[in-house]
Design a protein around this ligand. Structure first.
Ligand SMILES: CC(C)(COP(=O)(O)OP(=O)(O)OC[C@H]1O[C@@H](n2cnc3c(N)ncnc32)[C@H](O)[C@@H]1OP(=O)(O)O)[C@@H](O)C(=O)NCCC(=O)NCCS
Length: 208
């Protein structure tokens, strides 16, 4: 029987964020124990929010997607959750994730593999407009930069005005998709890497 390697937990110390409307949330890395709360949060999303996030009408979360999201691979992907106290313990009111972008997904000529990541963000409806989304995105960009990524991108529906406004405000460029007018790609360079982050990237690259 093969021995499974112990999984390193993501290193991120939970922090309390105060939003511009005065409400507070705890921002932390997702854990395997968050499954039930993620399912509950999905249940609280409006059909429009689900469509904007998943680009299809979804009645429930795919189990495989949920399982993958609960177990990010350290250094390759990361999921933040924003939580508030609730009768059953906590509610998750927002989540943001980066995932290593696959080969060929908009990479620039000469761009080394493994330096581009793709984001996704979702807030439950009551928390839209609270100022949580920009804070989540900024934490995600910082985290991705620390993990060695140089570019962050996202696929957004062309009529998703809240996400496009947020992306532009955060310095993302909006790039039309040549083959699909219903979608746009938003792209942003992350600030230059530290030497430590560069080493993290080179460790992730397969040996030549
Ligand atoms: C995208 C999302 C995270 C943005 O969160 P948010 O809290 O609405 O973001 P913000 O409040 O910071 O900014 C949104 C801006 O869009 C504006 N806006 C909202 N609805 C709008 C609409 N229908 N048309 C034009 N602008 C709109 C808001 O007024 C705000 O601008 P302002 O700050 O100048 O008032 C949130 O809407 C969401 O979870 N959507 C569903 C999932 C999704 O679409 N994810 C993105 C794809 S990964």
């Amino acid at each position: 029987m093969s021995k499974s390697r112990p999984v390193r937990p993501p290193r991120y110390r939970p922090r309390l964020l105060t939003l511009r409307d005065g409400r507070q949330v705890t921002l932390r890395a997702i854990t395997e124990a968050d499954g039930a709360e993620i399912v509950q949060a999905f249940g609280r999303l409006s059909p429009a929010a689900r469509y904007s996030r998943f680009m299809q009408h979804k009645k429930s979360l795919d189990l495989a997607v949920l399982e993958r999201g609960l177990r990010p691979v350290p250094g390759q992907d990361f999921v933040f959750v924003a939580t508030v106290p609730a009768d059953d313990g906590i509610d998750i009111v927002g989540a943001a994730r980066y995932l290593r972008a696959g080969a060929g997904s908009g990479a620039l000529p000469g761009e080394p593999a493994g330096e581009r990541c793709e984001f996704a963000i979702t807030l439950v409806d009551d928390w839209c407009g609270s100022g949580l989304a920009p804070q989540l995105m900024m934490c995600l960009m910082r985290r991705a930069r620390r993990d060695g990524y140089r570019t962050m991108e996202g696929l957004v529906m062309a009529d998703n005005q809240p996400m496009l406004k947020l992306a532009r405000r955060l310095g993302f460029e909006v790039v039309p998709m040549a083959d699909d007018q219903t979608l746009v790609r938003v792209v942003r360079a992350l600030a230059p890497r530290s030497r430590r982050a560069a080493q993290a990237v080179s460790r992730r690259r397969p040996a030549p």
